[in-house]
Ligand binder design. Structure first.
Ligand SMILES: C[S@@+](CC[C@H](N)C(=O)[O-])C[C@H]1O[C@@H](n2cnc3c(N)ncnc32)[C@H](O)[C@@H]1O
Length: 216
């Protein structure tokens, strides 16, 4: 995967420095990640030091799409240490203003995400809400242009991704976008049911990234 500054649509040096630092520091627990190893703990508090962040090519796509649609209100579920939030916040700034509403359960991660956003010069474009996204995202404060659903394996149905899309769907404007990182089956079932107002496609990014457009 090539993803250097020349190829990325996001050129700002201060932002790139944070992204590159996060990419270099990326690691997974020795026991494996809970999304791929159902036998390990899935308690988010056991993973305060691990980002499980989106890949830079997913971030580039988020940034580019937000720029193209002139997005000004976007939702980041979940925020972890702030990789996806940095891409979103950069797009808000470069669009001339806007806000990324993030949600993260683990307080240490909220602190790290806020520090990373500040290091990137983007603190004014982010509202990272600490707590359970099922509460903190119940009201994004207005029509949402773009939502990332990058959830967490809770080992049950409904998945968190499914619960969050149901909370966000009524808040996403017609023409708005949703990206999903983990292909939770019950999330896919929701966005592929025409009754819920979305059309979607699986992109060949990471293990399969679902990209959805709200059409009604
Ligand atoms: C895959 S990571 C998100 C990575 C992030 N999008 C990035 O690119 O850096 C998922 C995050 O969900 C958080 N989480 C788990 N359950 C949550 C909940 N109910 N509400 C909010 N955040 C939650 C975990 O602590 C974890 O940091």
């Amino acid at each position: 995967m090539q993803n250097d500054t020349l190829l990325s649509p996001l050129k700002d040096a201060r932002v790139r420095a944070v992204i590159e630092r996060l990419v270099e520091a990326r690691r997974i627990p020795s026991s494996g990640s809970p999304s791929e190893h159902p036998e390990v703990s899935s308690d988010p508090f056991d993973y305060a030091e691990y980002g499980f962040s989106i890949w830079p090519d997913q971030g580039d796509l988020l940034y580019l799409l937000c720029r193209g649609m002139r997005a000004t209100r976007v939702v980041d579920f979940a925020t972890s240490i702030g990789m996806s939030a940095v891409y979103f916040a950069a797009a808000m700034r470069d669009n001339g203003g806007g806000i990324v509403i993030g949600s993260e359960l683990v307080p240490e991660k909220v602190k790290t995400a806020r520090r990373n956003l500040a290091d990137a010069g983007l603190a004014d474009y982010a509202d990272i809400r600490e707590g359970d996204a099922r509460q903190t995202l119940s009201d994004a404060g207005g029509p949402v242009d773009f939502a990332l659903i990058d959830g967490w394996p809770n080992g049950q149905e409904p998945s968190l991704a499914r619960e969050i899309i149901e909370i966000l769907a009524p808040q996403i404007r017609t023409g708005g976008y949703v990206m999903n990182d983990n292909a939770e089956p019950d999330f896919l079932q929701f966005v592929r049911d025409p009754a819920n107002g979305f059309i979607s496609v699986t992109l060949p990014l990471k293990r399969g990234t679902e990209f959805c457009v709200k059409v009604s």
